[in-house]
Design a protein. Structure first.
Length: 73
């Protein structure tokens, strides 16, 4: 059980790091100076990154709720 808990905690840490990377990427895309031709492409990329960010956030929330409730065993 301790091994499973360690694996879950490690996975949670990985998801949180991915979340931070996606957030940084989103802000970098949002803040980048652009021309009008690139603006739509960057907007679509940012929108896709934000959707991925939300998906990972929901995953992290699910893991956190599982860990908090002791539902690993």
């Amino acid at each position: 059980m301790n091994k499973l808990l360690r694996q879950r905690k490690q996975r949670l840490k990985q998801l949180i790091l991915s979340l931070h990377e996606l957030r940084s990427e989103f802000y970098a895309l949002h803040d980048a100076p652009t021309t009008e031709s690139k603006e739509q492409m960057l907007y679509e990329d940012a929108k896709a990154s934000f959707a991925e960010l939300l998906r990972k956030l929901r995953q992290v929330q699910g893991y956190y709720e599982t860990l908090s409730s002791g539902g690993l065993g």
